[in-house]
Design a protein around this ligand. Structure first.
Ligand SMILES: Cc1cc2nc3c(=O)[nH]c(=O)nc-3n(C[C@H](O)[C@H](O)[C@H](O)COP(=O)(O)OP(=O)(O)OC[C@H]3O[C@@H](n4cnc5c(N)ncnc54)[C@H](O)[C@@H]3O)c2cc1C
Length: 222
């Protein structure tokens, strides 16, 4: 399944142009794709009919030039988005703490993406393929082993696609920037990297005797 090909670079529209610290803007689509491919959780925002904004974390995958994610057909977020509500989806990768001499200048290393737009509801084969994408994005190899959704499960699931048309990418890296007066202070300054890691797999308590952890689970390292 391929989404519509939209070649607009990140930050190309007035509302996605970074104004605050614009030197952290990344303007190429390869980096946009790379951040989305490295993340596991997206936060999806919607202003509900009561005018209250809600931001909901979801699993997702990039599918070509769009992001796909799924949820219950009974979910408020999904119903609003299916009805055409505009949304803002973000993905944030936290890469480290930046410890400046002052609390004011201290910050974080990160890669983050923002996508603005409206979602399309996927059905039929496109829906199943998107579910495969999400499953494989979380744990490559899983789709081949796990039981696939039944017609009843598919009916209870909504799958949405958000085009990567209006996007922005912000990346923060490098050392702390302290003003000259602060550099003389006897305060340690530097960066502390943060890495996401998978731990040892733990068998389900009701696992059938003798069923080993599959190779694709062992192999999976981020
Ligand atoms: C892990 C993390 C921690 C952060 N901590 C703080 C904090 O404590 N305080 C703080 O003020 N800011 C923090 N930021 C930065 C914050 O996300 C905003 O970039 C910043 O607050 C400026 O917001 P703004 O709306 O004024 O940006 P503007 O530059 O005015 O936003 C204009 C457009 O730029 C794009 N944009 C802005 N921010 C981002 C982003 N992060 N990722 C992708 N596109 C973006 C959007 O398309 C937005 O519409 C953090 C970011 C991350 C990822």
């Amino acid at each position: 399944m391929d989404g519509p090909l939209t070649g607009r670079p990140p930050g190309a529209t007035e509302r996605t142009r970074l104004r605050r610290i614009p030197e952290k803007a990344v303007l190429d689509r390869d980096r946009l794709h790379a951040v989305l491919d490295a993340g596991l959780v997206a936060h999806v925002g919607v202003v509900a009919s009561d005018a209250q904004p809600y931001v909901v974390p979801v699993a997702y995958a990039r599918d070509g030039e769009r992001v796909v994610f799924h949820g219950s057909t009974a979910s408020r977020l999904f119903r609003e988005l299916a009805a055409g509500a505009s949304t803002c989806l973000t993905v944030t990768l936290l890469d480290g703490l930046v410890l400046a001499r002052s609390v004011f200048e201290s910050s974080m290393h990160y890669r983050s993406v923002m996508v603005l737009g409206r979602c399309e509801v996927l059905d039929g084969l496109a829906k199943e393929t998107a579910l495969e994408r999400v499953t494989e994005h979380l744990l490559p190899g899983r789709w081949a082993e796990a039981r696939h959704p039944s017609p009843k499960e598919l009916a209870a699931t909504m799958v949405l696609a958000l085009p990567l048309d209006e996007t922005s990418v912000k990346v923060s890296d490098g050392p702390p920037h302290d003003p000259e007066d602060d550099v003389r202070l006897p305060v340690w300054a530097g960066t502390v990297p943060i890495r996401e890691a998978f731990g040892e797999p733990v068998d389900a308590p009701d696992l059938a005797d003798g069923l080993p952890v599959p190779g694709y689970v062992h192999r999976w390292r981020r």
